[in-house]
Design a protein around this ligand. Structure first.
Ligand code: HEC
Ligand code: HEC
Length: 269
C-alpha cells in the first residue's frame, strides 16, 4: 500500500517535473558560458588547439572567421560543443577534450560574438573609463553617449549591446580593422567660398551628405564643389595604441561594455 501511494505521487508529479526540466533546458546555459574564468581558460585552449586554423584570436585562416557576424550564424551551445568534440566533416579534426575543457572552449568562442554586456569582465574600471572617455582620450569629441558628446562618429549609447568585447578593444586599438566605408573623413571647399569638414555619408557621384562635428548633416552637391579631400579611412585616431596605457584601454572597454539600452545589473551573469 505504501509503495502504491508513492507511485501515485510520482505519476502525478512526473509531468510537472518534465515541464520544469524543459523550461530549464531552454533558458539555462552551461555554467561556463559567460564565466570570465572559464573564458580565460578557453582562450588558452583555443590558442593551442584551434588557433592554427582559426587564428589565435578567432579571426580566421584555414578555418573560418569565428568573430564576424556576417560569417556567423546562430548555433546552439550544444551544437558548438559537439562540433568541437567530434569535428566537422573531413575539414575540422575532432578535439576530443575532457568535457570541462571543451565547455571552456565553447565559452570562449561564444564570448567572441556575444554582446559585450553579456560577457562579464575581469579587468577594467568603468568609472575610470568614463573619465578617460570624456577627458584625456577625447572620445567624447566625436562620440555621443546618452545625448552627451560630438556627432562625427557613431553614437555609442548602445555599443555594449551590439558589439562583442574583442570588437570594442579593436575599435580603439586597431580602428582600420573595423569597416569605415560610411565614415570617411572629408574636407570640402564650395565654389561660393563655404568650407565644410566632417565625415562623408551616403556619397554618390552627384552628391554627398557631410556630417560635421556637431552631428549636423549638410547636403553637398558635387557641381557646387570647387575642391574636395577625401581621406582613406575614418577620422577615428590611429594612435591610441601608443597614447593609452594597457590599463586605460581596459578601463575604456569596461565603460563601453556597460553602454546598453537593456536594463542590466553588474552583478547579474
Ligand atoms: C585543421 C584545422 C582546424 C582546427 C585545428 C580547428 N578547426 Fe574549426 N574549422 C575548420 C574548418 C576548415 C571549418 C569549416 C568546416 C566546414 O564548414 O566544413 C571549421 C569550422 C568550425 C566552426 C563552425 C564555423 C561556422 O561558421 O559554422 C567552429 C565553431 C569551429 N570550427 C571551432 C573550432 C574550435 C573551437 C577548434 C579547436 C578546438 C577548432 N575549430 C579547430 C578547421 C579547423
Ligand atoms: C576624431 C573623431 C573620433 C575620435 C576622437 C574617436 N572616435 Fe571612435 N570612431 C570615430 C568614427 C568616425 C567611427 C566610425 C568609423 C570607424 O569605424 O572607423 C568610430 C568608431 C568607433 C567605434 C566602433 C563603433 C561601432 O559601431 O562599431 C568605437 C567602439 C569607438 N569608435 C570608440 C572610441 C573611443 C573609445 C574613443 C576614445 C579612446 C574614440 N572612439 C575616439 C571617430 C572618432
Amino acid at each position: 500500500m505504501r509503495n502504491f501511494t508513492c507511485w501515485l505521487i510520482l505519476a502525478a508529479a512526473a509531468p510537472l517535473l518534465l515541464a520544469q526540466h524543459e523550461k530549464d533546458g531552454k533558458d539555462s546555459k552551461h555554467r561556463f558560458i559567460g564565466d570570465p574564468v572559464a573564458i580565460e581558460a578557453g582562450r588558452k585552449l583555443f590558442a593551442n588547439g584551434c588557433g592554427a586554423c582559426h587564428g589565435p584570436d578567432g579571426k580566421g585562416g584555414r578555418g573560418p572567421n569565428l568573430r564576424e557576424r556576417v560569417f556567423w550564424h546562430p548555433v546552439e551551445d550544444d551544437t558548438l560543443y559537439n562540433a568541437i568534440q567530434k569535428g566537422i566533416g573531413g575539414n575540422m579534426p575532432a578535439a576530443n577534450l575532457p568535457e570541462d575543457q571543451a565547455w571552456q572552449v565553447v565559452a570562449f568562442v561564444r564570448a567572441l560574438t556575444a554582446p559585450a554586456i553579456e560577457t562579464p569582465i575581469v579587468k577594467g574600471n568603468p568609472e575610470a573609463g568614463r573619465a578617460l572617455f570624456s577627458g584625456k582620450a577625447g572620445c567624447a569629441n566625436c562620440h555621443r553617449i546618452r545625448g552627451n558628446g560630438g556627432g562625427l562618429g557613431p553614437d555609442l549609447t548602445n555599443i555594449g549591446g551590439t558589439r562583442a568585447l574583442p570588437q570594442l578593444r579593436e575599435a580603439i586599438l586597431d580602428p582600420e580593422s573595423i569597416g569605415a566605408a560610411n565614415y570617411r573623413g572629408v574636407e570640402v571647399a564650395m565654389k561660393n567660398g563655404q568650407k565644410f569638414k566632417g565625415v562623408a555619408r551616403n556619397r554618390t557621384n552627384y552628391s554627398l551628405q557631410l556630417q560635421d562635428r556637431d552631428g549636423n548633416m549638410h547636403l553637398i552637391k558635387m557641381h557646387e564643389v570647387s575642391e574636395m579631400k577625401l581621406s582613406d579611412g575614418s577620422p577615428m585616431p590611429r594612435n591610441y595604441k601608443d597614447r593609452l596605457s594597457a590599463d586605460d584601454v581596459d578601463n575604456l572597454v569596461a565603460y563601453l561594455r556597460d553602454q546598453s539600452m537593456r536594463p542590466y545589473s553588474r552583478d547579474k551573469k
